[in-house]
Design a protein around this ligand. Structure first.
Ligand SMILES: Nc1ncnc2c1ncn2[C@@H]1O[C@H](COP(=O)(O)OP(=O)(O)OP(=O)(O)O)[C@@H](O)[C@H]1O
Length: 347
């Protein structure tokens, strides 16, 4: 069934996957709804066991969901015959944590492999693979074998291979988790570049918050097979009750403050810029005579938008504090109750 909006590259509806383990059912996905807009970088964030791998396998057609739909380019891949599914699977390019390159083949031959499988001529394969290697900055390594390449270079080959069949969506399964920070950064920069230059839709499945903060326009947080929160990162950061937003906020140092009401203020976008510039004319901490004391501040881009988080103490009497809160909200702050930093546990 076609999607109602042509701008959705990938959609899941009420996706459910139940595994039978002995005499018990394991619900790996429990009604997952995703809508990834064309050209978006979309994050799927979750702890170990949340259902990320199962979701990936359903998205790329390796696993049939128990119920629910997976639409790629408006085509429900769960309803396809085997041969139609094989063809449609090319619409999703995969990048893997461990690269999954064939060691016996050169970089060029690895990139050309998906084209070989669909019967493209040797000459055309070579031309296209060379173009793709150039796109990922590896044109001078076409004849190198994986053993002669660094981790970052291997992943670039993996990305070029994933793009060979001109997919609608590039699905990255922890693609930078096995790389050191600097190399991971350059691979993420490459993905951002491909997103911008080619308008490539990218889904990043990861347990790394930093990857989502740096890369994604929007994300969902998966827990025990369910989407517990989602949306654009800036919106999530601004919503006090958002579990995703709380994970995305810039970290503040721990430290108790006694004898005062402590509040976290979150500013997003232009307000965040003004607050951090401490521009007296606009600073909501100074405006309106609010009696707050700044305890700590942190600033970070989240999903391309600046986010400032300030921890303040309200010192006045009860009525004054209520007025201060209202004034801060009116000045664009989103008050959050401070709590122990939420960590996304890693596997
Ligand atoms: N083939 C299977 N048979 C039975 N149970 C499974 C199977 N695959 C996954 N599960 C169960 O489904 C749940 C989700 O697993 P999944 O591997 O999708 O999580 P994950 O988020 O990818 O975790 P990780 O990051 O550790 O890989 C887990 O409880 C897991 O034990």
């Amino acid at each position: 069934m076609p999607t109602d909006s042509p701008d959705i590259a990938l959609r899941t509806t009420a996706l459910r996957k139940v595994f039978r383990r002995g005499s018990t059912d394991v619900v790996a996905l429990d009604g997952v709804d995703l809508a990834v807009a064309r050209g978006q970088v979309f994050g799927v964030l979750g702890t170990s066991g949340a259902g990320k791998s199962t979701l990936i396998r359903c998205l790329n057609g390796l696993e049939r969901p128990t119920t629910g739909a997976v639409e790629v380019d408006g085509v429900d891949i769960t309803a396809l015959s085997r041969s139609a599914l094989r063809a449609q699977r090319r619409r999703i390019g995969m990048v893997f944590q461990q690269f999954n390159l064939l060691n016996s083949r050169s970089a060029l031959q690895n990139v050309a492999l998906p084209l070989e499988i669909v019967g493209i001529s040797r000459k055309q394969r070579r031309e296209r693979a060379l173009k793709l290697l150039d796109l990922v900055g590896l044109s001078d390594h076409a004849d190198a074998h994986p053993a002669q390449l660094s981790g970052g270079q291997k992943q670039r080959v993996g990305i070029a291979r994933a793009l060979a069949a001109e997919p609608t969506v590039l699905l990255s399964d922890e693609a930078t988790s096995a790389l050191d920070e600097q190399t991971a950064g350059s691979v993420l920069d490459l993905l951002s570049d491909l997103n911008r230059r080619l308008g490539l839709t990218i889904v990043l499945v990861t347990h790394q918050l930093a990857v989502v903060k740096r890369m994604c326009d929007a994300a969902v947080l998966l827990r025990e097979g369910r989407v517990v929160d989602g949306g654009t990162l800036a919106d999530a950061a601004a919503r006090p009750a958002s579990p995703l937003g709380r994970l995305l906020l810039p970290a503040l140092p721990d430290g108790g403050e006694h004898g005062a009401e402590v509040l976290d203020l979150v500013f997003v976008g232009e307000q965040a810029r003004r607050v951090m510039a401490r521009d007296d004319a606009d600073d909501p901490l100074r405006a309106r005579g609010v009696a707050v004391e700044l305890l700590a501040a942190a600033y970070e881009p989240v999903g391309g938008e600046p986010v400032a988080r300030l921890r303040v103490a309200l010192r006045g009497p009860v009525e004054q504090r209520a007025a201060d809160r209202a004034a801060l909200t009116a000045a664009g702050a989103h008050p959050h109750e401070p709590e122990t930093e939420l960590e996304l546990e890693t596997a």
